[in-house]
Design a protein around this ligand. Structure first.
Ligand code: GRG
Length: 294
């Protein structure tokens, strides 16, 4: 049997998500035109679509309906895109470029970049409460999923992690603090992305616990891989060191950071063993993150 082709899988899933995001924008009819342009600019061509692909992969493992998965996957990508647009603002990371192109605030101005982030975040929850979504799931489950997503995006997750990140700039921090920041700033949304798919597929509690552990390990490995990429990129490394930003390699060194990331990815693979070949997409995603550990 041919080996699972993760790159073909990621390309194919990204296409599905792109189409769903495009439909979502058409349905919410962003107005005025500047908002439409700026929302599209943030979303397309987009990045790896890791979070929504995780939702699709974990949902497929438990036989969830693709239409429902795509609604949740799109909402998570809207939230992720808002976080990047706000993160690039001068008041936060002050980055002029995102994915090699002008950051939203450089093209549209700070005011629009702030508002487009607000619009994407709000639209995520608007999308999840559309009649066609609400009709397809039990009301209690929809509420629980929205509760879980808002928890991951908010005070106890991404925003909270970002605040600790900001407040620890220039201060000595230990590995536990960096892991705390990573688990919230980056890990929380990744964890939720995988859990939401599994929950829509009505995964049994023990399977959901496995998927949760897989995604926790994956989220931390993903952020350590990102830290390693920044450390080996001279421009980004200079920026981080100027701001005395704590990153995994800045505390434990590059070699130990690589070892830690690989160890976490091995844990991911272990969690998937009981699912056999059906978990190949999730396994492939972990291996793909491993490829990024330079
Ligand atoms: C609430 C004002 C306000 C700001 C929010 C929370 C936040 C600012 C920013 C968080 C940004 C973030 C998630 C940083 C983590 C670093 C990281 C790995 C980001 C890139 O994720 P990828 O690689 O991006 O998945 P692509 O480009 O593939 O979409």
């Amino acid at each position: 049997m041919p080996a699972f082709d993760i790159h073909a899988y990621l390309k194919d899933r990204k296409l599905l998500i792109d189409r769903a995001l495009d439909r979502c924008l058409k349905e919410c009819k962003p107005y005025p035109q500047t908002l439409d342009k700026a929302m599209r600019y943030g979303l397309f061509p987009g990045g790896k679509r890791l979070r929504p692909i995780l939702t699709l992969a974990s949902g497929d493992l438990f036989g969830a309906k693709q239409k429902l998965l795509l609604a949740f996957a799109s909402a998570l990508e809207l939230i992720h895109t808002y976080s990047l647009i706000h993160d690039d603002l001068p008041a936060l990371d002050n980055d002029d470029l995102r994915r090699g192109e002008l950051a939203s605030h450089k093209l549209f101005g700070e005011g629009i970049a702030l508002l487009v982030g607000d619009a994407l975040l709000t639209e995520a929850f608007h999308l999840l409460t559309r009649p066609q979504v609400v009709r397809s799931l039990e009301p209690e489950l929809i509420l629980e999923l929205i509760h879980e997503i808002s928890h991951a995006a908010g005070v106890c997750g991404m925003v909270g992690g970002q605040v600790v990140d900001l407040e620890t700039e220039g201060r000595e921090v230990d590995v536990a603090t960096v892991e705390y920041i990573h688990a919230r700033k980056t890990g929380a949304l990744i964890l939720t992305a995988a859990r939401v798919g599994a929950r829509i597929g009505r995964a049994a509690p023990k399977d959901l616990r496995r998927i949760s552990r897989y995604a926790e390990f994956l989220g931390l490995a993903f952020q350590i891989a990102d830290d390693i990429a920044d450390a080996v990129d001279q421009i980004q490394a200079a920026k981080d060191s100027e701001r005395k930003k704590a990153t995994y390699p800045s505390i434990v060194g590059l070699a130990a950071a690589r070892t830690r990331a690989r160890e976490l990815l091995d844990h991911c693979l272990k969690e998937l063993e009981p699912f056999g070949k059906r978990a190949d997409p999730l396994r492939g995603i972990a291996r793909y993150v491993g490829e990024q550990v330079q």
